[in-house]
Design a protein around this ligand. Structure first.
Ligand code: GLN
Length: 187
């Protein structure tokens, strides 16, 4: 059974754990360093990226997690989690892991269209359900980064080697395919 850590300091971690259980993976809620043992992958959920980044640093999780992803552990950031992974954040002074070669824009859809659900193509799979909640979008990607989804012309999912980022929240849908895609990234 695959053992997937879900960063549980803030945000929508419970929904990821429920989806992982549904597709036959073990989930481990990560709140302290000792929780980081023997993981096959790690998920950073949606929530509030500034709060998450601060808590990860205060709890001493930030540096070991950064090393794990640089060493190739499969990681996936949804929404706020995607902001944590990004090398560049257009409208924020802060940087977090700065591991993935993407530039993101926080709250990219503005106030009018803050939250919405759409369906679209993800990594060649059709009609995937995509809820956006005060979501960021990916303004640009580097050369080694593959675009996996777009909505209204904006990039909403990307992959670079062991790192996956989605602006939307598959964990709050019944659609298991994005989680299955992530598990397939485990070698
Ligand atoms: N806008 C939030 C942030 O910047 C992310 C929103 C979400 O994860 N639903 O952290």
């Amino acid at each position: 059974m695959k053992r997937v850590g879900v960063c549980a300091v803030q945000g929508a971690f419970a929904e990821h754990c429920a989806m992982l259980a549904r597709i036959g993976a073990e989930s481990v809620e990560i709140r302290e360093r000792a929780d980081l043992k023997r993981l096959d992958a790690l998920i950073f959920p949606g929530g509030e990226s500034t709060a998450q980044g601060k808590l990860l640093r205060e709890l001493g999780l930030f540096e070991p997690m950064r090393v794990m992803m640089m060493e190739g552990l499969p990681v996936w950031g949804t929404c706020a989690g995607m902001i944590l992974l990004a090398k560049e954040i257009e409208n924020d002074e802060r940087r977090h892991f700065a591991a993935m070669d993407i530039t993101v824009r926080r709250n990219g859809y503005g106030r009018q269209l803050a939250s919405f659900i759409t369906r679209g193509e993800f990594a060649g799979m059709m009609n995937v359900e995509m809820p956006f909640i005060r979501a960021p979008y990916i303004a640009s990607v580097g050369g080694g980064t593959e675009v996996l989804a777009r909505h209204a012309g904006l990039i909403t999912a990307a992959r670079e080697r062991n790192m996956l980022a989605t602006a939307f929240h598959p964990e709050i849908t019944d659609d298991e395919r994005v989680h299955r895609y992530f598990l397939s990234m485990i070698g």
